[in-house]
Design a protein around this ligand. Structure first.
Ligand SMILES: C[S@@+](CC[C@H](N)C(=O)[O-])C[C@H]1O[C@@H](n2cnc3c(N)ncnc32)[C@H](O)[C@@H]1O
Length: 250
């Protein structure tokens, strides 16, 4: 049996109980506190992120103002998917959690965005591709790297030649955030033994994982994206990079 955490179940549970807070862990976005104004402020924050990523792709790779098809991986409740959809003829949101997709669908219906599709995996999304822009922000950090790397490969495969990627990965963290995922092997083993004796892990935990940046860049290079630009990110001591890339034209 794999000792790897079932992060998919965690996210489905989070989406059922506290979907907005799970996306941005700010107490204002707790389910019991969400009112119309707070919900709009939550969604508004996505426009700022997408403005920034789109600006970077235009600046580094001369990306266009408007796209035919876009994909947001780990779309959650649609915070980034909606502003992406407004810059494209069609858009697809990929999210493994059915509970998150359900909240996202409510938002899409509210806004009349019937051209936006929601699916669970990049492989399912491929049917609606190829895509001109594939984005993922604050998602891969929650997926164990071995699986995340395979998902990145699936995502790159959906990008049309000449298309663009903006992918966020976490790669290191400040000392106070060292956890069982990065601790030394003895501490890790002790924690695993203690966890197996005390109780089963609770579903609904937010896990963080660091990727090997070299592996991510090798994957991009081999998959036809040998030119990329990195921008450092620091989310409360979790450091990483926005990787901007363009797939070579066919
Ligand atoms: C922190 S939220 C970010 C949502 C969105 N990217 C945003 O910035 O608003 C992470 C999202 O990734 C989704 N997710 C986690 N693991 C996933 C996987 N293996 N495949 C697809 N989505 C996943 C979760 O269900 C959740 O909706």
């Amino acid at each position: 049996m794999s000792s790897e955490r079932d992060t998919d179940s965690d996210w489905n549970q989070l989406g059922e109980v506290d979907p907005f807070w799970a996306v941005i862990t700010d107490e204002r976005f707790r389910a019991e506190k969400m009112d119309k104004t707070t919900r709009e402020a939550f969604y508004e924050s996505g426009f700022g992120n997408i403005d920034q990523f789109h600006f970077a792709l235009k600046h580094y790779f001369s990306a266009p103002d408007h796209f035919d098809a876009c994909l947001d991986f780990g779309a959650g409740v649609g915070r980034l998917l909606v502003p992406m959809a407004k810059r494209a003829n069609t858009a697809v949101g990929v999210d493994i959690a059915g509970s998150m997709r359900a909240v996202c669908q409510v938002r899409l219906d509210e806004l009349g965005l019937s051209q936006v599709k929601l699916v669970a995996t990049p492989k399912e999304a491929a049917e609606f591709g190829p895509f001109d822009w594939v984005n993922s922000f604050i998602v891969l950090q929650h997926i164990p790297p071995a699986r995340g790397l395979a998902l990145i490969a699936d995502l790159i495969a959906t990008v049309r030649p000449g298309g663009f990627l903006s992918l966020h990965v976490t790669t290191f963290r400040d000392a106070h955030l060292m956890s069982q995922d990065t601790a030394g092997s003895v501490r890790k083993l002790l924690r695993q033994v203690r966890a197996s004796i005390v109780s089963a892990p609770q579903i609904g935990q937010i896990s963080m994982f660091d990727y090997d940046l070299g592996e991510v860049l090798a994957l991009l290079t081999r998959a036809g994206c040998p030119r990329f630009v990195l921008e450092h990110t620091d989310h409360g001591g979790h450091h990483g990079f926005m990787v901007y890339a363009q797939k070579v034209a066919g």
